[in-house]
Design a protein around this ligand. Structure first.
Ligand SMILES: [Zn+2]
Length: 437
């Protein structure tokens, strides 16, 4: 009996414990698990894309991840602290987890200096050229820039509202450490006929501190047009601080044979270089080759109309010529006056730009046109319509032709402008001229 008295409370204790464990399992289910992927707190920059890594949920071996309810109100375009909540329910049990996402301004403002970041002050006081400051969040912060002047530099600093700092420095060099700039008048390659008179076009020079120093240019030249060779003319200039700049011009003294060199190594075309059809004494086009010249014709009409408005008459004297017309023209010269004369006055059939329909002879077909008002207008304005003066003066050995101020070739406005500005020829533009050849 005594034993039975002891056993009864023990059974009650065991039952109570089982009930308690069961209740715990039912109320707080230890087998239901919820775990965040990644960190519980994440900081990102405003505007940055946020990809939530989510969470994992399971009950014993069962994967419940897909059943997690996520509440995500993160707005990456607004500064702030956001909570993402994850909730999983299973039976009567629920698990919750939270992640904090802080959208902050982590990017410094940008300071942009007007003018160079390294300036030669030429011994004078520096005059501020200006600056701007822009922040990704606060916008224009130019007014908040603090400028600190020192003898050899200026420090520009600014802070955005989130405390991100930016500093930019402008270096002041009191000495003039910049070379002058030399610009040649006319091209850097010119050609002169043997025994003709050499003309020195000179150069211009400007310096960042001294201004126009053209008068200080020293020209070193040994050009001798009685010698059939290539010469170099050197232009040198020094600024007051002793910085020296040099430019070189090449001068080719040519003879009549040089003009017809192209015919000794003919390339049967059509040849396009940089999308430009090249026709000269070396590059020929086939007998029945046709080009669409609609655009060129329209451009010529516009040029002629605009010239007229300014009182200049530039009528078309010659446009498209067929192979057979060119053949007849060349052979008439050849029969009457010989090949040397024919080659001087005309292109051999297959070698005339007129066969492309992209070349036109306009105005007076004489070198006189070059000094007449309409000829000067044409030289200065042709590029605006996409034309170049195809055979300029002092470029004879390059083009293979004497000066023809009346012969224009259509290449389009962009290329014509470049050729005109650089005082070069189509051959130089296309890189098919070798001065030493
Ligand atoms: Zn012509």
């Amino acid at each position: 009996m005594g034993e039975g008295m002891k056993t009864k409370p023990l059974i009650i204790t065991i039952i109570l414990e089982i009930v308690l464990i069961a209740a715990t399992i039912i109320i707080y289910n230890p087998f239901l698990k919820l775990k965040l992927n990644g960190n519980a707190t994440i900081k990102i920059s405003i505007g940055e894309k946020y990809n939530d890594q989510g969470a994992k949920a399971s009950y014993l071996k069962e994967d419940l991840t897909k059943e997690i309810k996520v509440t995500n109100k993160v707005d990456t375009n607004k500064l702030g602290e956001y909570k993402i909540t994850y909730e999983i329910k299973h039976g009567n049990s629920t698990r919750k987890a939270t992640r904090t996402v802080i959208v902050a301004d982590l990017i410094s403002p940008e300071i942009t200096l007007k003018g160079d970041s390294k300036v030669s002050t030429c011994g004078k006081e520096y005059t501020e050229e200006g600056y701007t400051a822009i922040d990704n969040v606060d916008g224009d912060l130019t007014k908040d820039v603090v400028v600190t002047k020192k003898s050899d530099k200026i420090i520009y600093s600014v802070k955005d509202k989130s405390g991100n700092k930016k500093e930019v420095v402008r270096i002041l060099d009191s000495k003039d450490s910049t070379k002058p700039e030399i610009t040649l008048v006319n091209s850097d390659i010119l050609t002169f006929e043997l025994n003709s008179t050499y003309k020195e076009f000179g150069a211009k020079a400007t310096d960042n501190c001294d201004g126009d120093i053209t008068s200080k240019i020293e020209v070193i030249s040994n050009v001798d047009t009685s010698k059939h060779q290539v010469f170099e003319v050197t232009y040198k200039v020094k600024d007051n601080a002793g910085n020296e700049a040099t430019a070189i011009r090449k001068i080719k003294v040519y003879n009549q044979d040089d003009l017809n060199k192209g015919y000794t190594e003919i390339v049967s075309g059509p040849t396009y270089i940089k999308d430009i059809l090249i026709v000269n004494k070396k590059y020929a086009i086939p007998k029945n080759f046709q080009v669409d010249s609609t655009e060129a014709k329209a451009a010529l009409e516009k040029l002629q109309a605009d010239a007229k408005k300014e009182g200049h008459s530039l009528p078309t004297k010659s446009a498209y010529r067929s192979y057979s017309t060119q053949d007849a023209l060349y052979n008439r010269y050849k029969t009457n006056k010989g090949q040397e004369f024919a080659d001087k006055r005309s292109a051999r059939p297959g070698h005339s730009e007129h066969q492309t329909g992209l070349a036109f002879d306009i105005g007076l077909c004489s070198v006189k046109l070059g000094v007449m008002p309409e000829g000067i207008w044409l030289r200065e304005n042709a590029h605006k319509y996409g034309f170049i003066i195809r055979y300029p003066q002092y470029k004879e050995a390059i083009t293979g032709y004497g000066y023809e101020p009346w012969h224009v070739r259509y290449v389009g406005v962009e290329i014509a402008t470049e050729i005109m500005t650089k005082n070069i020829t189509l051959e130089e533009y296309l890189g098919i001229y070798d001065i030493n050849a």
